[in-house]
Write a protein that binds this ligand. Structure first.
Ligand SMILES: [Zn+2]
Ligand SMILES: [Zn+2]
Length: 249
């Protein structure tokens, strides 16, 4: 299975190690045709995300420069944080409209927008969590589904990482809205079972490195193994195509 684009990478504008140039050059070296720079949105605590949305302008300028120098296509996007149970993101519509690709995911350590979300994301002392686990799973899934319904999300990043979800329900709704699900090779949480359950709904997938270091750009090995283990056909994986054909803002 040949994959042509890595659509989830981070630079030092969020908490990655490389510059935009480093990531694009690494993509070129790996023989990719496209790479997306998708730093974390500004809602992350402790300086994990970009400092403010104005940083997108700088990333766009650098992306254009390195696209011209290397000849590979550089998409500028963000990995937005879901900041409330209603699927609100930490990126405004005006900024989204200026992106080439929008990713969204549930993360820990995000500044929630309101009190119910604060309780949901942080009111998880172990006992309360156990008692509420089914509700938590439902609420996580609903937050993702609402984000997909409200915003032009290309794919959901690392579904189920640190945050339990109902895979079948999420996949079914994503399929309806033309949003794909990620097979992330950075975290070890993805299973063949998750892919099988999601694939049964007809949803598309994207395999991505989630590289926070130039050395990992285009590292798809684990994702391809999992996809093959689940019997997923290459046409169901969007980055088997030479350019991004998934959802765009
Ligand atoms: Zn993430
Ligand atoms: Zn990421």
């Amino acid at each position: 299975m040949r994959l042509w684009g890595d659509y989830h990478t981070h630079t030092s504008y969020s908490h990655g190690r490389g510059t935009v140039a480093d990531m694009v050059l690494a993509a070129k070296e790996r023989g990719l045709k496209e790479v997306a720079i998708t730093d974390h949105g500004p809602g992350h605590l402790f300086g994990v995300g970009i400092a403010h949305l104005g940083v997108v302008n700088r990333i766009k300028e650098e992306a254009k420069l390195w696209e011209d120098r290397t000849g590979i296509r550089v998409l500028v996007g963000l990995e937005a944080n879901i900041i409330d149970l209603d699927g609100q993101l930490d990126v405004d519509d005006h900024t989204i409209a200026r992106l080439d690709i929008l990713l969204a995911g549930l993360h820990n350590w995000v500044w929630p927008r309101d009190w119910p979300s604060l309780w949901h994301f942080y009111g998880k002392i172990p006992l309360a969590r156990r008692l509420r686990s089914l509700k938590v799973r439902q609420a996580n899934t609903q937050a993702l589904v609402k984000a997909v319904a409200r915003h032009p999300v290309a794919f959901i990043t690392h579904p189920g990482l640190h945050m339990e979800i109902d895979t079948h329900l999420l996949a079914r709704e994503c399929q309806k809205y033309g949003t794909a699900l990620e097979i992330n090779t950075s975290h070890n949480h993805t299973t063949v079972e998750y892919i099988k359950v999601a694939a049964s709904t007809g949803v598309d997938f994207v395999i991505s490195s989630d590289a926070h270091d130039p050395r990992r750009v285009g590292d798809f090995v684990k994702g391809v193994e999992l996809a093959e283990g689940a019997g997923l056909r290459p046409e169901r994986i969007l980055n088997t195509r030479p350019s991004w054909e998934g959802k765009r803002p």
